[in-house]
Design a protein around this ligand. Structure first.
Ligand code: SAH
Length: 196
């Protein structure tokens, strides 16, 4: 499948019905998800994949469409209902688990691909919990972060190490009331981290 083709399919997916600001629910735009998954595919990292905080399932479904075996973990039942419909819509085979990433136990995962909450809000576990769990369950982790996260990520993931940082344009759509512009392009950082 071509990257553009995957992006167009992911664009058809339903978003969060009532995005929770507290849980930092923000769906990865299709263009960003397709880019992440293609980079992972090029590296041969799409074997058994886990999407931590799968939300409406964009990354999980995209990975499944690229041929990965996929588990998506999410705390919010309402988001999972959307994720289930989304998988069905595109005929993707995804296993969803309703759980808090801090407590979930998983075996046999090759790669975690995630867009973790930044941890700015109390109700969400935050990127530390997500990164910690990701590195516990997989040898390779793809994780999306705000620009300028490099120092924090490099030191937090030790003894695992950052192999690559990709800078990806991220169309930020207006979804919470206080965002004023309709679409703003920001740049985010995708980290490829491995534990050897
Ligand atoms: N992966 C999706 C959603 C990203 S938003 C995407 O790329 O589009 C982050 C998601 O993490 C939200 O759906 C939120 O509900 C979920 N989340 C926040 N804290 C969580 C926790 N402790 N355990 C599991 N999921 C959590």
């Amino acid at each position: 499948m071509k990257r553009k083709q995957l992006e167009m399919m992911l664009e058809r997916l339903e978003g969060f019905s009532r995005p929770s600001f507290q849980k930092e629910q923000y769906a990865t735009p299709a263009s960003v998800a397709a880019e992440m998954l293609f980079l992972a595919g090029l590296r041969g990292d799409l074997g058994t994949v886990c999407d931590l905080g799968t939300g409406t399932g964009v990354l999980a479904i995209g990975a499944a469409l690229m041929g990965a075996r996929v588990v998506g973990v999410e705390i919010d039942g309402e988001a999972l209902a959307v994720a289930g419909r989304n998988a069905k819509k595109l005929g993707a085979d995804v296993n969803y688990i309703r759980a808090d990433v801090s407590f979930v136990q998983l075996k046999g995962i090759d790669t975690v691909i995630m867009n973790p909450p930044f941890g700015a809000q109390k109700a969400s576990a935050g990127d530390r919990a997500f990164l910690g769990k990701a590195l516990k369950i997989a040898k390779t982790v793809y994780s999306l972060h705000n620009r300028g996260s490099e120092d924090f990520i490099r030191s937090f993931v030790k003894p695992a190490s950052v192999q690559e940082i990709y800078r990806i344009p991220f169309p930020l759509k207006r979804c919470f009331e206080f965002h004023s512009q309709k679409v703003k392009i920001i740049e985010v950082e995708l980290y490829r981290i491995t534990c050897e």
